[in-house]
Design a protein around this ligand. Structure first.
Ligand code: KG4
Ligand code: ZN
Length: 364
């Protein structure tokens, strides 16, 4: 028999997404329609504008996803949508579309938890998928969170941010240092470049000088939690000491040094907290999945690898803890992850969710 095929629809925030995924872990199509232009106009996501955009984009995304998968509605085994958490008006567009399609084609309907979908993405994307229980470290512009996935249905938040998210901290320090703007992914990658090499542009690797600006890591408590506010203040103070007035032109060399000092301290903190979690959890874990925009940072990747190598030896593990970096486009909002969770739940015996299943604006 052929593997099941699911159409997923995601509209919890500003991206209008549709995708078709099959039960044997294949992404047959994945369409993401962004609303950058609208967001620019309103200085962020505007709930009503986003909802209106979804009303035209979600149908287009669905049509495109089916076309790219070369399938019709009849070829599908279920329709999945994001049930929450998210903006009610936006969620409603995807949910209603999914219900209409499920009703018209007489297919099972599955309402999916958006964060569960993020957490299980690595099981879809990795050649050798992580085994439960595994940790997922979500590091983006809005989140810095460590989650334990015990099985498909059971999750525990092990550590969360106390103030700024890691990506946000990178962006703010990059702005403080007047690093050049980046047209695409925020300022984090620019700061990473400054921290690792010079000049920015067609990269010539050059050894960086020893740090003149050592920064202490955020205060270490015996608690798995992430805090960058103190480090940011400290960085700002160091920078100000260097240039009495930040409006004056900052020498490139100093930008590099402070960038590096910040990156080393911020990422050192994250890695140390993940380590603390691994050492203190009440169960041995099999994997660490890193997702979110900051997951593309090469220094973070390297430091996590070094830490896990050390855990293997120090904690005398029989098997190494796997380290996974799902592709960034599948770490940000998409509908493939929604369809994938639906596939897992259907394979676990779910028949269909009812049509009156309420949306969840907030959903732990
Ligand atoms: O997950 P993501 O793409 O989207 C949202 O959070 O909405 O994360 C974007 C964040 C931005 O703050 C960006 O500056 C940061 O991730 N980021 C990085 C790197 N790439 C993206 N931060 C540090 N190093 C990077 N290489
Ligand atoms: Zn998301």
């Amino acid at each position: 028999i052929r593997p099941i095929r699911i159409l997923g629809i995601e509209s919890s925030a500003d991206d209008a997404c549709a995708a078709v995924v099959s039960g044997d872990r294949r992404i047959l199509s994945s369409v993401v329609m962004k609303q950058h232009e609208i967001n620019k106009e309103y200085g962020g996501i505007h709930p009503i504008q986003a909802q209106e955009a979804h009303q035209s984009d979600i149908p287009l995304a669905i049509r495109q996803a089916l076309k790219e998968a070369d399938l019709t509605l009849d070829d599908l085994d279920a329709i999945a949508y994001t049930r929450g958490p998210g903006m009610m008006g936006c969620l409603g567009v995807g949910a209603t579309s999914a219900k209409a399609l499920a009703a018209a084609a007489d297919k099972p309907l599955v309402g999916v938890h958006h964060m569960q979908a993020h957490a299980l993405t690595a099981m879809l994307t990795e050649d050798v998928p992580p085994r439960f229980p595994f940790l997922t470290l979500l590091v983006s512009g809005g989140h810095t969170q460590l989650l334990l996935a015990e099985n498909i249905e059971t999750y525990r938040i092990i550590g969360d941010k106390l103030d700024n998210a890691l990506g946000d901290a990178f962006d703010k320090i990059a702005r403080l240092l007047q690093l050049p703007p980046s047209p695409t992914h925020g300022l984090g990658p620019v700061l990473e470049d400054y921290a690792s090499r010079f000049p920015l542009g067609p990269y010539v690797d050059q050894p960086i000088e020893p740090m003149r600006f050592p920064l202490t890591k955020p205060k270490e408590m015996k608690m798995v939690a992430f805090s960058f506010a103190g480090l940011m203040t400290q960085t700002e103070r160091r920078a100000k000491k260097e240039f009495s007035n930040l409006k004056m032109k900052i020498p490139e060399k100093v930008k590099r040094e402070i960038s590096r000092a910040f990156q080393v301290a911020a990422i050192g903190h994250v890695v140390q907290k993940v380590r603390l979690a691994i050492d203190t959890l009440d169960m041995p874990i099999h994997g660490l999945v890193v997702s979110g925009g900051v997951g593309s940072n090469l220094y973070l990747r390297e430091q996590l690898r070094v830490m896990l190598d050390d855990v293997l030896v120090t904690n005398k593990l029989d098997d190494p803890i796997g380290l996974y970096f799902p592709p960034i486009p599948l770490c940000t909002d998409n509908a493939a992850m929604i369809a994938w969770v639906a596939a897992l739940r259907l394979q676990n015996g779910l028949k269909s969710d009812p049509f009156n299943l309420p949306l969840r604006r907030k959903w732990s």
